[in-house]
Write a protein that binds this ligand. Structure first.
Ligand SMILES: C[S@@+](CC[C@H](N)C(=O)[O-])C[C@H]1O[C@@H](n2cnc3c(N)ncnc32)[C@H](O)[C@@H]1O
Length: 341
């Protein structure tokens, strides 16, 4: 009698012809969505973000209305999906935040809500993102917990700290990407060998926003020239601003950076005259970056629709985002993991 050969099923492969479906948890401005939108093979079937302003912007750009609080998602009735993307809130783990990690009952514990969704839906791939400090937080115990919980659920776990400058962005921004898969997966190495300077994305001098952003008030500060060489691919400080009132200075928003090198990390919570974007010397003018320039620092299209949001809030949302270039570099390997090309 003929022996029936059992065909080993590829646990990663969805049905032929179907799109690779993903969900975008803590979606923010949708950097994962912008990256996956460059391929015809992906479809976002659910997004969520607790911030109403973000939800409005996300819908205006991607035509999908995100749900709100992750803790209120109806897991049994969620659509099926292949990839769970989650850039979960980073404040509990970041140097700038409270450092409480999983003890932060409001934000740190949201990882357990991600696990509830994984338990309910068993996706083939989990693509998590956070600040690089997550790896060392609580002497490595926080990262170990994440890895252990994913492994308990049958995932192979791999991670990489990716600096956006290595992916063609003019912004130094390092984030950890953690990938959980049911079959081996290798996070691709960056292939770009030269860096892009901030000067490559600056508005033209005739742009009205340049004038608006030039208006930073520096009369209360003394500019102290910073000695030291510029290193390729590392933000280069030209001046420290020292307050004439307190004699103090040197926070991120009190430094002037060189546009001929990469720029500093855009930070939602940083203050000072260079709040959020940092200050740059553009010709003879010291100024922040405009919203359009900051979009370019993140690899978003410069016609991204902020749906009437104020510039300051738009910069705040950008300061919480990841740089699109990084997940964009994952797209071909994710496609091939799912048998698409
Ligand atoms: C680090 S940002 C994520 C950025 C996103 N990955 C992107 O590409 O822009 C974290 C997001 O989580 C959202 N958030 C915080 N608590 C939440 C909750 N309980 N449910 C859903 N979203 C939440 C915040 O509003 C914020 O937009």
């Amino acid at each position: 009698m003929k022996k029936v050969m059992k065909v080993k099923k590829n646990p990663a492969a969805p049905m032929t012809g179907e799109k690779i479906r993903y969900i975008d948890l803590f979606c923010g401005l949708g950097a994962f969505h912008a990256a996956f939108n460059t391929s015809k093979h992906f479809e976002c079937v659910l997004a969520c973000d607790i911030d109403e302003g973000v939800r409005k912007i996300y819908e205006a750009n991607y035509g999908l209305k995100p749900h709100g609080d992750i803790r209120k998602l109806d897991i049994p009735n969620m659509p099926d999906f292949d990839i769970l993307c989650a850039g979960f809130p980073c404040q509990p783990f970041s140097i700038a935040g409270n450092g409480e990690g999983f003890k932060d009952t409001e934000k740190g514990n949201l990882f357990y809500d991600i696990l509830n969704i994984i338990d309910g839906k068993n996706p083939k791939m989990c693509l998590l993102e956070n600040v690089k400090n997550l790896k060392t937080h609580d002497e490595g115990r926080t990262y170990d917990t994440i890895e252990t919980e994913l492994k308990k659920r049958g995932y192979l776990v791999t991670s990489r700290c990716c600096n956006a400058v290595d992916y063609g962005s003019p912004q130094a921004r390092t984030r950890i990407f953690i990938v959980g898969t049911k079959m081996p997966f290798v996070i691709p190495e960056p292939t770009i060998t030269t860096f892009t300077p901030v000067s490559a994305i600056l508005d033209t001098p005739s742009d009205a926003t340049v004038a608006a952003n030039s208006r930073v008030k520096l009369h209360n500060y003394t500019l102290v020239e910073k000695k030291g060489d510029s290193k390729p691919g590392k933000p280069h400080i030209l001046y420290d601003l020292i307050s004439k009132v307190t004699g103090k200075g040197g926070r991120q928003g009190e430094r002037v950076y060189d546009v001929d090198n990469v720029g500093i990390t855009v930070c939602a919570s940083s203050g000072g005259p260079g709040a959020k974007t940092g200050l740059y010397k553009v010709g003879d003018v010291i100024r922040r970056l405009s919203v359009r320039e900051t979009l370019c620092m993140f690899g978003f299209s410069s016609d991204y629709n902020f749906a009437g949001t104020t510039d300051e809030n738009s910069l705040f949302y950008l300061g919480n985002s990841i740089v699109v270039n990084v997940p964009l570099s994952f797209v071909p390997v994710v496609e091939s993991y799912f048998g698409r090309s």
